[in-house]
Design a protein around this ligand. Sequence first.
Ligand code: CP
Length: 305
Amino acid sequence: MRHLMSPLDFTVKELSDLFDLAEDIEHNPAKYSHACAGKKLATCFYEPSTRTRLSFESAMLNLGGNVIGFSDAGSSSAAKGESVSDTIRVISCFADICAMRHPKEGAPMVAAEKSGIPVINAGDGGHQHPTQTLTDLLTIRALKGRLDNFTIGLCGDLKFGRTVHSLIHALVRYENIKFIFISPEELRIPDYITDMLKQRSVPYEEVIRLEDTMADLDLLYMTRVQKERFFNEEDYVRLKDFYILDKTKMKLAKEDMLVLHPLPRVNEISVEVDDDERAAYFKQVQYGVYVRMALILTLLGIHVD
Ligand code: CP
């Protein structure tokens, strides 16, 4: 039995196979429409979500399976004090695979240790969000045709942003990747990540102004300043609109630079950018369904000829 806790749980070759499968699903959806008949996915979400939960549910329904679950810890027995270890033992009696989101770092891993079914980390606190990373990588591969030889700017909340942390860990395994970290001082990328980059001799720069680096980027990954990760309202209010990507800044960028964002956005990308053909963030959401379909099939060991 195999779980997914981090994007590094899959080798580069396994990721390539997963993305090939996702692309086959995109082009031949009917072939997969009964692949999970009789199977159930449990979505156990202890933290709010629109994309990840509904994308998982949509993925399982597209595969002909069924879904059960909860979208709010308050409506589950967690509200009565049940541990994730006990909850997953119970869910293992009801479902064949589980996607779990939790505000505490490591909670899905604790669940996986006691689980009788594959567990997918659907985001744990400020730590990792591996299926968002699979989504990001598939989007880049589909729209750019490769996963190497990029200068990628990551902008916004690099301290608490789990999507950023997962994406960096995944991208360092590809050739000739350079990172430019764009953040205010208070939301800088954590030292454990820059230490890892130094160890692997992966080049990176840290800058504060987005304008100063726009022209260098092949990919720009925008992120939201996350209100839910701040300890006080005052800091959040001071930093929330630090970056706003608008048409003026887009004029500084390469003609083929892609703008990615895990979403939800608040103000960090002006809606006027949505019509720019370089804006890829809504396409990303669609790729998220294909890659989650591929992931469910892979973890359940289902092969479709
Ligand atoms: N990208 C992402 O994780 O979105 P949700 O929080 O809506 O699931």
